[in-house]
Design a protein around this ligand. Structure first.
Ligand code: GLU
Length: 379
């Protein structure tokens, strides 16, 4: 049954709004004060109406580069990190100044992927966001670009925004960008490209048509926006991709107007908080490939992953790490917390309980991933 967009939006209270570099900067890379002001005023008016809004903002690197007089985005990570540290201050002081004109306070949170990987810290981020909202302060979040290395990066702010929506238990993620939404093909190339207003399920077709559509200053492009929508949908959260250039866009979205592209949340079972953390918060350290029988048991029979079903172990990991579980065809079917290190798993993979018991004793007789620590993506 198709979800009714208007009805869904009428029940929305907590909203994460991600605004991309292309919406915050002018052609020359300079922070576009007028656009930011317009955005801040819209957020302020919705806040006054009782909406709980969390902002995920890009623009730090762009603002920093502008300040350093660098017009082309460099590849050098250290330079980008320096730029982010300069630009983040400028960005944040602009938000703080503009919101304070509306008598609204802002609080800054800078995150790396490492911060969400420990459960306690993940919950702590959630507490801080909740506390700020209770204090009527708008959380303004960005990736901590000046400390994040590739190892600990979310990578792009679309993914970060999805993560924030999941951990803050938002009702909707709004991604504001420089394009009206998701098209059936690249509108910059094809004049007959059509805007897709509703996406019930993200499939391969949708991912393919997102292709390489991107913009000059941001990182993600359309592909990472689809990924963000996928994370939210799995967690029971709707997503809207829309253009920041449309007048009163946030109001229109909340009124359920047919603007941008709406990605429906997945119907069915609610995913427990801890499973959402395993799926998206915790970093993945390795991969296992399971056989057809194990796949069937995991997908359709609510079973744990047992050593006998594991055909391949990839990467180096320890007990307690999160693993991706792939089918023989290489499809990601689940993620979960392993009870064995990669070395241990190498020894027991493909073996049944009896064999493991005779070779190693009871200590190696666990499930590889117990059902309680397993998130299945295609139930
Ligand atoms: N965190 C980056 C910044 O503030 C932007 C990342 C992105 O564009 O997705 O500049």
């Amino acid at each position: 049954m198709e979800i009714d967009r208007k009805k869904y939006l009428s029940g929305v209270k907590r909203m994460v709004v991600k605004i991309g570099s292309s919406s915050l900067t002018a052609e020359n890379g300079r922070l576009d004060r007028a656009s930011i002001k317009k955005f801040v005023n819209e957020v302020s008016s919705l806040t006054r109406k009782g909406m709980e809004i969390i902002i995920v903002t890009s623009g730090a690197i762009a603002a920093g580069l502008e300040s350093l007089g660098i017009s082309k985005k460099p590849d050098d990570l250290t330079l980008l990190q320096a730029a982010a540290s300069i630009g983040q201050v400028k960005l944040m002081s602009l938000y703080s100044e503009l919101f304070s004109k509306n008598s609204i306070k802002t609080g800054q949170i800078l995150l790396t992927h490492e911060d969400t990987t420990r459960r306690q810290q993940y919950l702590n981020i959630r507490n801080t966001i909740n506390n700020l909202i209770n204090l009527k302060v708008i959380p303004v979040i960005n990736e901590n670009d000046s400390v994040a290395t590739d190892e600990i990066k979310f990578g792009d702010n679309d993914r970060l925004a999805a993560m924030v929506a999941v951990l803050a238990e938002a009702d909707i993620l709004v991604i504001l960008t420089d394009i009206e939404g998701m098209y059936d093909k690249d509108p910059r190339i094809y004049s007959d490209a059509k805007l897709i207003s509703f996406i019930g399920k993200i499939d391969k077709n949708i991912e393919d048509s997102a292709g390489g559509i991107g913009s000059t200053y941001g990182i993600g492009g359309m592909k990472s926006k689809i990924k963000a929508a996928e994370i939210c949908s799995f967690s029971g959260i709707g997503t809207i991709i829309a253009s920041s250039r449309v007048k009163n866009i946030l109001n229109k979205i909340i009124s359920g107007d047919d603007v941008g592209t709406f990605f429906a949340p997945r119907a069915g079972k609610r995913v427990k908080s801890v499973k959402k953390w395993i799926a998206f918060g915790k970093r993945t350290r390795g991969t296992i490939v399971i056989d057809k029988g194990a796949e069937e048991a995991v997908l359709n029979n609510g079973k744990s992953v047992l050593p006998v079903g594991v055909v391949e172990v990839r990467g180096k990991f320890s007990r307690g790490d999160t693993l991706e579980v792939l089918s023989l065809e290489g499809k990601l079917i689940a993620k979960g917390i392993t009870n064995f290190s990669s070395e241990e798993l190498e020894k027991i993979k493909g073996k049944n309980r009896k064999k493991i018991l005779s070779e190693f004793g009871t200590s190696m007789c666990d499930e590889v991933i117990h059902r309680d620590g397993l998130v299945v993506f295609y139930e």
